[in-house]
Ligand binder design. Structure first.
Ligand code: MBD
Ligand code: FE
Length: 285
């Protein structure tokens, strides 16, 4: 494999198209929503909320046209998954998981890919020989809410690299780079060697980037590890783990950080690598 000479860039068009394709491939519920009353209530209230905003702010025809052009462009850029996961999914997640007692959830985001290579409990994520970033050992146990260890649980992991990009959504990366399905051992334990991800910046050259620039916001999410944890007889946990004191931990553009999900890794040896122990707790199904 030839090494990249420059950092790979994820253009809005390339990552958006891949995210849209991934979503279509694994849409959670393929069946059309059949509940007319619910569609009427939700669509009706959404339209009503838009009308309220228009009246309150005296939205002009020029602004209406700008919105129309922007919405058309979001689709053309393939950025609907990005837009919805950045600004809306945090609330969907809160509602979906409000009654759980186990580990808190956090959005899946647009960059999950199922069926990453299966790895034993004590493993390194697939990575390049010269993978950048501080080496990190992420270890712990998967248990049920009553403390029972869950051997044979799977932890699907995915993360950005040291350049802040995800394999399969940016050019030039090995297909499964920093992605894996870790299977827990006898006592529910796992020990995964990876590298600390960089913060994630929303592509600045697409529609989401244009909205951010037009609104004077910043485009950053704090560094995070994604996990999707599954075990027999338990609800699937989809969450993210963040890093204490890192950039944008306090002002995530996706408003998805929860205090319980912040890791505080400690230096190992000469301090050139770090490790952290974190328990993943699943609610019974
Ligand atoms: C991400 O990497 C992410 O995790 C979320 C939730 C939204 C956009 C990009
Ligand atoms: Fe992410």
């Amino acid at each position: 494999m030839t090494e990249q000479l420059t950092a790979p860039t994820a253009t809005a068009a390339s990552s958006g198209a891949a995210a849209t394709e991934q979503f279509r491939a694994r849409q959670r519920d393929q069946a059309p929503v059949a509940d007319t009353a619910r569609v009427s209530a939700l669509a009706g209230e959404l339209i009503g909320a838009a009308r309220d905003i228009i009246r309150r702010h005296k939205v002009t025809y020029a602004e209406f046209d700008a919105l129309k052009a922007w919405l058309i462009q979001v689709g053309e850029d393939g950025e609907w998954p990005l837009f919805l996961d950045v600004w809306i999914e945090q609330t969907i997640e809160q509602v979906a998981n409000e009654n759980r007692d186990g580990t808190k959830g956090s959005p899946e985001g647009p960059y999950f890919v199922p069926d990453a290579p299966r790895l034993p409990a004590d493993s390194a994520l697939p990575m390049r020989e010269s993978e950048g970033g501080v080496p990190l050992v992420f270890q712990g146990r998967v248990t049920s809410t009553d403390g029972t260890p869950l051997p044979g649980a799977t932890i699907e992991m995915w993360q950005a690299d040291d350049d802040g990009v995800y394999s399969q959504f940016a050019p030039g990366l090995p297909e499964w780079n920093l992605r894996g399905t870790v299977v827990t051992g006898d006592d529910g334990a796992f020990k995964v060697r990876t590298v600390e991800p960089s913060p994630y910046e929303i592509p600045t050259d697409g529609s989401c980037g244009r909205l951010i620039a037009a609104a004077g916001w910043h485009a950053w999410r704090p560094a995070h590890l994604h996990v999707r944890v599954s075990a027999e007889g338990h609800q699937v946990l989809t969450t993210q783990l963040y890093f204490k004191g890192g950039p944008h931990i306090e002002d995530d553009i996706a408003s998805a950080v929860k205090p319980e999900l912040i890791l505080d890794p400690t230096p190992v040896g000469d301090g050139s690598s770090r490790e952290v122990t974190y328990g993943l707790v699943l609610d019974p199904a």
